[in-house]
Design a protein around this ligand. Structure first.
Ligand code: AMP
Ligand code: ZN
Length: 116
């Protein structure tokens, strides 16, 4: 996936501030943080979005969530955090490689949704 930004980060062709990596997961700081803690957790294998996952992806999806707790605590949000997975056009997904935003910090993050 030469044209995928997050695949390029996985391949080391674009730098990122990595906080966790194993065989199937990579986590790094969002380049434009919305909160004091703002991490992105991604599968190393290209999955376009939550709208394209299958039963074969359940293990890696579970692991993405399992590392979120430890990373949030380590990175400065020890008393809870929020996980956001923007999906597709309606979900305003800008990068077409599945990613979970982990947001938090010392202060509560506020209401989940802005009312339209
Ligand atoms: P989304 O709207 O859920 O697709 O969000 C994509 C996120 O990726 C945004 O919060 C961006 O700030 C973030 N982002 C874009 N490019 C990079 C990059 N090179 N390194 C880290 N985060 C990035
Ligand atoms: Zn990709």
């Amino acid at each position: 996936m030469d044209d995928c930004l997050f695949c390029r980060i996985v391949a080391g062709r674009i730098p990122a501030r990595k906080v966790f990596e194993d065989d199937e997961i990579l986590a790094f700081h969002d380049i434009n943080p919305a909160r004091p803690v703002h991490l992105l957790v991604i599968p190393k294998r290209h999955i376009t979005s939550l709208a394209t996952v299958s039963d074969a992806d359940t293990a890696v999806l579970g692991r993405m969530l399992a590392v979120a707790n430890r990373l949030a605590t380590e990175q400065g949000s020890p008393d809870g955090f929020r996980v956001i997975i923007n999906t597709g056009r309606i979900g305003h997904q800008e990068v077409q490689h599945l990613h979970a935003h982990i947001v938090g910090g010392p202060e509560p993050v506020g209401p989940m949704l802005k009312r339209i």
